[in-house]
Write a protein that binds this ligand. Structure first.
Ligand SMILES: Nc1ncnc2c1ncn2[C@@H]1O[C@H](COP(=O)(O)OP(=O)(O)OP(=O)(O)O)[C@@H](O)[C@H]1O
Ligand SMILES: [Zn+2]
Length: 597
């Protein structure tokens, strides 16, 4: 690498080495030629070649180059810089690193062949190819299109190491379901995408709702149009110096080829603020179009300056309907057929696959269960389906069965730990505790229990909840029922002794007690007024009145400490005595408007 940072030095976008501007063109010719030769060579995945070389040879997804995928060698930049590469179907990615784009597209193309169908396609309405569902009886008819290959296709998709959700990641908006608020007809974002006019975006939404997928679709589009390139980074595995290198490449691209770089950063909230700062000037001047994805509220987690340069797109949990469409697409691609009726035994369905593999059917009820149970997370839904089918298939093989029917119970096993969306460290944590607090304040014991359950079942620390109950007992119940505090502290200690799951009932009991308790914020408000009074006080604080001071020494006594103090127990009559400083005489913190402030 050249040390001097002369503007005459440019970086070769293929091999990333620095060259004098005058030499770059002749170097590029050679470099491109070399890249092409490499491309025709067989894969050298495990040959221990330096990663640089691999960069030039493998392009897993024609739409994307992946970055930040750390390989065993620990080489700093293992990007797959795919500018000059032609799509090479069938190749695997440069590594099995987490970069999701590696080799996904290749696999996905196969699944598209198996059954591509239009938006809003519902499994409920359609009879599965090959099976004619009429009346109570299931009749088989000859296999059509995708089904002919059911045996091998299904097996491949179900058993290769990649999760089904990854394999099903759509490449076009037609296969992107739900999210109509931001992507429906006539929305701004949709028209921007259609005109290839992509602004910097911040995609915010819960896990598995399609943030990465949307970026993937944008990438595919922009690749087609040829006027921009797409690079992806994951904030969890990318260092600042790697970010700088990406930016440098982007600048070279713009300078040499007038091509913009779209930079996708997954989990952008994991970058610290100064790392986020690195992008700022380059987003500002248009060298890069940034697409960030985050599950966290970007107003807390993303630099304000960066945020103001991005359009924030709020994606939602996928609806049950959207999930149904996503599952239907997966079933089509797997060649799995839906049985509209429950309880059809496999004997009534003829084996139509014509292969040695068992045919697979799934009951509609089972499908509906997935769509409902996955809580709007398509990844959880698809992978739950995969797991259920895999396990049925294994069982069928053992028993040498010809057919497999996946039923509701199998799905429930697949999605065993009922999937509850709860992010302990993030927004959801604060949203839920706030909802619990407000439900108790509103004396809604029912809702209080619900929010408590959402947190505990989602894995929240019971002591965190218990601490909040203790606080509530004083802040909101206060002296209307002083026992509340005792209860809450006892619940806290109980949780401390016994832990989850036994302590859940302690918290439930306490939450209901607090919800039912009478409420008083008298003390809480009065104390707030005291704080306010102290904060707004101008000048030195008034001295403690002498008569209220203790006088342990002679000197202090001679200075007038304790003089005139009336010791209450010595009096039978009520004692007249001031306890506030002179200048605050008459102030009452228990009244709505104390006179002095
Ligand atoms: N709207 C959608 N339409 C079709 N498929 C989807 C959609 N959203 C998600 N999927 C499917 O779910 C998988 C996971 O989605 P994706 O990776 O886009 O989620 P994400 O929002 O980026 O989640 P995370 O924050 O966990 O990374 C995709 O591979 C795809 O198969
Ligand atoms: Zn080069």
């Amino acid at each position: 690498m050249a040390q001097e940072s002369s503007s005459d030095i440019v970086q070769c976008p293929v091999c990333l080495r620095d060259f004098k501007a005058a030499d770059i063109n002749s170097h590029l010719d050679n470099c491109l030629l070399q890249a092409e030769v490499n491309e025709q060579e067989p894969e050298s995945e495990s040959s221990g070649e330096p990663p640089r070389k691999k960069q030039c040879t493998a392009e897993p997804c024609p739409a994307m180059s992946s970055w930040g995928a750390k390989e065993g060698s620990g080489a700093p930049s293992t990007s797959v810089f795919s500018l000059f590469q032609k799509g090479k179907p069938g190749t695997t990615g440069a590594s099995d690193a987490p970069g999701f784009f590696s080799s996904k597209r290749t696999t996905f193309e196969k699944s598209e062949e198996a059954g591509h169908f239009a938006n809003n396609h519902k499994w409920g309405k359609r009879s599965a190819p090959g099976v004619d569902v009429s009346g109570d009886q299931l009749r088989s008819k000859p296999a059509q299109d995708g089904l002919a290959t059911l045996g091998t296709q299904t097996r491949e998709k179900l058993y290769d190491s990649k999760p089904l959700a990854e394999k099903m990641r759509p490449c076009t908006l037609d296969d992107y379901f739900g999210q109509n608020k931001v992507l429906g007809e006539n929305t701004l974002l949709r028209s921007l995408l259609e005109t290839q006019d992509i602004p910097s975006l911040m995609l915010w939404g819960p896990p598995g709702c399609g943030k990465t997928t949307l970026a993937h679709i944008i990438a595919t589009n922009s690749k087609k149009s040829g006027n921009s390139r797409f690079v992806t980074l994951s904030a969890t595995s990318t260092s600042t110096s790697e970010v700088r290198e990406v930016i440098k490449q982007a600048q070279n691209e713009l300078k040499l080829f007038k091509r913009k770089t779209i930079l996708f950063i997954d989990e952008i909230h994991r970058f610290n603020k100064s790392q986020q700062d690195t992008f700022l000037p380059h987003v500002e001047c248009g060298t890069i179009t940034l697409i960030g994805a985050t599950t966290e509220n970007p107003s807390f987690q993303v630099n304000a300056a960066l945020l103001s340069r991005c359009r924030v797109i709020v994606l939602e949990k996928l609806s049950v309907e959207a999930m149904e469409s996503i599952l239907a697409r997966a079933l089509d691609s797997l060649g799995i057929q839906v049985l509209e009726q429950e309880g059809d035994d496999s004997a009534s369905i003829r084996d139509i696959s014509g292969s040695s593999e068992p045919s697979i059917y799934i009951e509609q009820k089972a499908l509906s269960t997935i769509a409902h149970l996955c809580d709007g997370d398509a990844r959880a839904g698809l992978n739950g389906l995969q797991l259920a089918v895999q396990s049925r298939l294994s069982a069928a093989r053992l028993g040498q069965l010809k057919q497999v029917i996946v039923q509701e119970d199998h799905i429930k096993e697949g999605l065993q730990r009922s999937h509850i969306l709860y992010d302990k460290a993030g927004e959801e944590h604060y949203n839920c505790i706030s909802a619990l607090h407000k439900s108790m304040r509103g004396s809604d014991e029912n809702a209080a229990l619900y929010w408590l359950g959402r947190m505990l079942e989602g894995g929240e620390d019971p002591l965190y909840v218990a601490r909040r109950l203790v606080r509530f007992a004083s802040e909101d119940v206060g002296l209307a029922d002083p026992m509340a505090l005792t209860h809450a502290v006892a619940a806290f200690q109980g949780c401390h002794f016994i832990g989850m799951p036994e302590c859940e009932v302690l918290l439930a009991q306490c939450a209901v007690y607090l919800a039912r308790a009478p409420k008083s914020i008298e003390v809480y408000s009065a104390y707030n007024r005291v704080k306010e009074c102290l904060k707004s006080h101008k000048g030195p604080l008034p001295p403690v009145p002498l008569h209220l001071r203790n006088a342990p020494t002679k000197l202090m006594k001679s200075l007038g400490y304790a003089k005139g103090y009336k010791y209450n127990p010595s009096f039978t009559e009520p004692v007249e005595q001031d306890y506030l400083p002179e200048e605050m005489k008459g102030t009452n913190f228990f009244q709505r408007k104390p006179n002095n402030f």
